[in-house]
Ligand binder design. Structure first.
Ligand SMILES: *[C@@H]1O[C@H](CO)[C@@H](O)[C@H](O)[C@H]1NC(C)=O
Ligand SMILES: *[C@@H]1O[C@H](CO)[C@@H](O)[C@H](O)[C@H]1NC(C)=O
Ligand SMILES: *[C@@H]1O[C@H](CO)[C@@H](O)[C@H](O)[C@H]1NC(C)=O
Ligand SMILES: *[C@@H]1O[C@H](CO)[C@@H](O)[C@H](O)[C@H]1NC(C)=O
Ligand SMILES: *[C@@H]1O[C@H](CO)[C@@H](O)[C@H](O)[C@H]1NC(C)=O
Ligand SMILES: *[C@@H]1O[C@H](CO)[C@@H](O)[C@H](O)[C@H]1NC(C)=O
Length: 261
């Protein structure tokens, strides 16, 4: 298994321009200001996947869904270094030191410190699951790649991992996409396809039926922007209540003082 990975790594060096990395940065390589990394589609398909890492020209290193606009609400990771100049680069040294350098060569942010452990190789990759990871490889360690640093430990953090109208939960540290009751995956078996209504329901007319609705707060959720009503609301409870009292309401989203049904 480790042999395969080494081969892939070497292949990468052969055909990949050193100055325009795709999903991986090798030691001494850097990500220039304005440059991007894209995750691969899957472990076996290196086509462009659904996440991007941007070394922005404002000095901030930010992760977004690949198709999302470059704006704060879509960012799911940031180095918090905006305003550090228009020529900040992400650098990886042979000792595993991962850091941001500004125009005049100052280290403005350390993600890791270099290790004084010779015989280890390193690489940084924007993985298929949207998390940026620093890996080390050591012949001493049974030829294992191990994770030295990651942009997030919670695999639900990468925004858009689950499709529209689904939400993400972690189970045994793995991310799992779920649909709300009454919804199902648009493509059965494909967790990333998003969720849609699993039946034509008209709850409003079935007065004899006795449905009990509950409001649940779901983190890491991406709803289609199909709100039929938006108003400013100071209160999450008020937003919840408005949805509960409206039988057309499937979900309410409360963000920054506004409620959407
Ligand atoms: C990789 O994914 C792309 C885009 O979905 C697809 O067109 C291509 O056939 C896939 N390649 C392989 C080897 O599966
Ligand atoms: C680089 O960072 C150093 C230390 O924070 C700062 O003094 C210097 O002005 C920065 N250079 C640029 C070009 O922003
Ligand atoms: C950008 O900064 C690097 C140091 O981090 C420096 O070597 C390079 O010359 C700078 N490029 C420009 C165009 O200023
Ligand atoms: C980064 O780490 C180096 C040592 O490896 C240290 O000298 C430097 O002050 C650190 N810079 C920041 C911004 O933490
Ligand atoms: C990685 O190394 C550890 C021991 O350091 C070993 O227990 C584990 O099985 C190895 N994993 C793989 C995938 O080889
Ligand atoms: C509705 O359901 C609740 C709880 O399950 C029950 O107490 C109540 O009697 C039901 N009402 C009708 C009209 O069936």
């Amino acid at each position: 298994m480790s042999t395969t990975i080494v081969c892939l790594l070497l292949t990468t060096i052969v055909w990949q321009s050193f100055d325009s990395p795709t999903d991986t940065i090798l030691p001494k390589q850097h990500l220039k200001a304005g440059a991007l990394l894209y995750s691969a589609k899957s472990k076996t398909n290196s086509s462009t996947g659904i996440f991007r890492l941007s070394m922005q020209t404002d000095g901030n290193l930010v992760q977004f869904p690949a198709s999302a606009p470059t704006s704060t609400p879509y960012a799911y990771y940031t180095s918090n270094t905006p305003g550090s100049g228009n020529n900040v680069t992400l650098n990886l040294d042979v000792d595993g030191h991962l850091y941001l350098l500004n125009n005049t060569g100052f280290t403005i942010h350390n993600f890791t410190n270099g290790a004084i452990d010779e015989g280890k190789s390193y690489l940084v990759r924007l993985d298929v699951d949207g998390i940026l990871r620093l890996y080390s490889y050591s012949l001493k360690n049974n030829g294992n790649w191990s994770v030295e640093w990651s942009s997030s430990r919670n695999k639900c953090v990468p925004f858009g991992l689950c499709g529209f109208n689904s939400y993400c939960v972690t189970k045994d540290l793995e991310a799992e996409c779920k649909c709300l009751p009454g919804f199902e995956f648009i493509t059965p078996g494909d967790q990333t396809s998003g969720c849609g209504r699993n039946m034509v329901a008209n709850f409003c007319k079935s007065e004899n039926e006795n449905f009990t609705y509950i409001m649940e707060e779901l983190p890491y959720t991406r709803w289609e922007n199909v709100a039929y009503m938006t108003w400013s609301s100071s209160d999450k409870e008020e937003c919840n209540k408005a949805c509960l009292e409206d039988c057309n309401c499937e979900a309410a989203i409360f963000t920054d003082g506004s409620c959407r049904k």
